[in-house]
Design a protein around this ligand. Structure first.
Ligand SMILES: Cc1ncc(COP(=O)(O)O)c(C=O)c1O
Length: 363
């Protein structure tokens, strides 16, 4: 089977540097914290131009910490998208706040900005925008809505680290607080779990730093209740190497995405808004006959994935919210048709030609 996301070729390219840095950590035994973690945090802040960047254990705890830092609490309402991985709404629900789902845009599959304002109530505290498949929604317009209604803006940038909008603003440095994931298959991924939290606010930064590490700045003195949400040094070392080549990889991802878009037939290919830059966390098309296409590709050893087969309002764990799928027309259509194809900066040209050929072949 061809690789869905070719992490092996990527490792082989950076192997010497990655192995050497991991070996250094094994030699000096600074497994938690240490130089690699502080270097990563300054690299992440430099890359995004955010005033503060804190690494953490994964993209899910990053969301939890962001919500806690903002003081989101039981009964608060957070407007968010139902078309994403569970983590964002899961963390809202974990702290007993309420995810309020809004339908998505037909263009970029991010939340539909025109439908946000009608959902704002006195209980609304924040808008949590997920930048899906590597492309941000128009966060500046969402920010204006937030300003008008005195709400926080949170960006879940798990899939969009490195993406830009039409004004050149970079993902992770637009919202009040932003989070990302370094899950191995993410555009910037480590070799286990990892994540980060970004903000320009001194006050939020202080809380984030405490929350990640047991509410403690001084050993065994605990200012607030927090958790162990630290990133370990081996993951930081891998990310420090990969970050050096990240822009090259984004360029390659865009080339490969453009080849798909130019050549795939009988499907709706993804659209990048004018002036925006996607980092292509996934290359996902919409097809009417998804089961058949999956079967045809699979018979030719081509893996596919569905991001995401069940919208969040239809998840058993959110039954208590009492949503009706029929109220989310765009999300329902996209959920039924979406299909992700093999993708990474290391997708081989011949393999991509084969995928396109099989995909385009009639029944
Ligand atoms: C949009 C989104 N948010 C959050 C997460 C959670 O990240 P992690 O797996 O690092 O906890 C993911 C990971 O798949 C994601 O895609």
């Amino acid at each position: 089977m061809l690789a869905f996301c070719d992490l092996k070729s990527q490792y082989l390219k950076y192997k010497n540097e990655i192995d050497e840095r991991i070996q250094n950590i094994l030699n000096n035994t600074s497994f938690i914290g240490g130089n690699e973690v502080s270097l990563l945090e300054s690299n992440l802040a430099n890359y995004t131009k955010a005033k503060y960047a804190y690494s953490c254990s994964n993209g899910t705890t990053a969301l939890y910490v962001a919500l806690k830092a903002l003081g989101i609490k039981e009964g608060d309402e957070i407007i968010t998208t139902p078309f994403t991985f569970i983590a964002s709404s899961e963390m809202i629900a974990l702290i007993k706040a309420k995810p309020v789902f809004v339908d998505i845009s037909e263009v970029d599959y991010n939340l539909d900005i025109s439908k946000i304002e009608s959902l704002i109530t006195p209980k609304t505290k924040a808008i949590l925008a997920v930048s899906i498949f590597g492309q941000m929604p128009d966060l500046n317009s969402i920010k204006n809505i937030c300003k008008k209604h005195n709400l926080y803006l949170i960006e879940d940038a798990a899939q969009s680290f490195g993406a830009k909008d039409d004004l050149g603003n970079i993902s992770c440095n637009i919202a009040d607080i932003s989070t990302t994931s370094f899950f191995p298959s993410k555009p910037l991924g480590c070799y286990g779990d990892g994540g980060a939290i970004f903000t320009n606010s001194d006050e939020l930064a202080k809380k984030v730093k405490l929350l990640i590490n047991h509410g403690s700045e001084m050993r065994y003195k605990h200012e607030i209740i927090g958790l162990n949400a630290r990133l370990d040094s081996i993951q930081a070392a891998v990310l420090n190497v990969k970050l050096k080549y990240f822009d090259e990889e984004i360029a390659k991802r865009n080339e490969i995405a453009n080849i798909y878009t130019k050549n795939l037939k009988n499907c709706i290919t993804p659209k990048v808004k004018s002036g925006y830059k996607s980092v292509w966390a996934q290359y996902s098309v919409r097809v009417k006959n998804r089961d058949l296409v999956v079967k045809k590709l699979s018979e030719n050893n081509i893996p596919t994935a569905i991001h995401y087969p069940i919208a969040l309002y239809s998840q058993p764990c959110f039954k208590y919210l009492d949503y009706k799928a029929s109220d989310f027309k765009v999300c329902e259509n996209v959920t039924n048709e979406i299909l992700s194809l093999p993708f990474s900066a290391f997708l081989d040209t011949l393999d991509q030609e084969k995928i396109i050929e099989i995909f385009n072949k009639g029944e």
